[in-house]
Design a binder for this molecule. Structure first.
Ligand SMILES: NC(=O)c1ccc[n+]([C@@H]2O[C@H](COP(=O)([O-])OP(=O)(O)OC[C@H]3O[C@@H](n4cnc5c(N)ncnc54)[C@H](OP(=O)(O)O)[C@@H]3O)[C@@H](O)[C@H]2O)c1
Length: 206
């Protein structure tokens, strides 16, 4: 399966590419800048391309630009992405003196992306921190994915299952992205308060 990582030159995209390549996926790392993509991709042993080229040949697109650029990037790539499923990993956060806050808009970023794109949008992997995802071993934690399209969700769950040593869970419809994106704020606050790298483990399920 071919996975395009849009904005793949950042810490999250690089970490994800490393794990996916290890799991046997065909990975193409995208960037706004072809040279930046090629350089980062060569370091990781994957293919590099512009974002638009990368999505054109993918079975699944992971939208991993900085969160504030996700919507505008989706708009720009709408035609190139076509009906290909998109996995949104982004959470927009407000850094305040009181702590990190989830965004206050009623719709999640993933739901907004769905209004921009023709293909199905799923959301997930928000709780997997780049330093752990790209570490020596797979992160010892679970991954949560939500979405309305069952085929797209299965693709994302299959991918999530292969990049952690924990489990990948179906967390419900795309509206659940509001909670998954908000959970990132909780995790960042935990990391700051306890100086660690928090992750998620779901208990009580068969
Ligand atoms: N970091 C984490 O631990 C983590 C964990 C879970 C989820 N996430 C999510 O994963 C995404 C990527 O995280 P990150 O830490 O890797 O982010 P990042 O380093 O801030 O940005 C990733 C890439 O986005 C591209 N980008 C920057 N500004 C842009 C713009 N104005 N328009 C289009 N592309 C732009 C850049 O690639 P080019 O300049 O090469 O185009 C950059 O390398 C975020 O949405 C974040 O919420 C991150």
């Amino acid at each position: 399966m071919r996975v395009a990582i849009v904005g793949g030159t950042g810490p999250f995209g690089r970490a994800l590419a490393t794990r996916l390549e290890e799991a046997g996926y065909d990975v193409v790392l995208g960037s706004r800048d072809r040279d930046r993509a090629s350089k980062a991709a060569a370091e990781l042993g994957v293919e590099g391309a512009t974002n638009a080229e990368a999505v054109g040949s993918a079975d699944l697109v992971v939208l991993a630009t900085k969160a504030e650029a996700a919507l505008v990037t989706a708009r720009e790539l709408r035609m190139a992405i076509g009906s290909t499923p998109v996995l949104s990993v982004a959470s927009e956060l407000d850094f305040t003196t009181r702590g990190v806050l989830p965004r206050s808009e009623p719709l999640s970023l993933a739901e907004q992306l769905q209004t921009e794109l023709a293909g199905p949008v799923v959301a997930g992997l928000h709780s997997l921190a780049a330093p752990k995802l790209g570490g020596e071993h797979q992160p010892d934690e679970d991954a949560l994915v939500c979405g309305d399209d069952s085929t797209a969700k299965e693709l994302a769950l299959g991918l999530a299952e292969r990049i952690t040593s924990g489990r990948a869970f179906d967390a419900g419809p795309l509206e659940s992205a509001r909670a998954l994106e908000g959970l990132t704020a909780v995790i960042v606050n935990l990391n700051k308060r306890y100086r660690g790298n928090a992750g998620v483990r779901i208990t009580g399920l068969p």
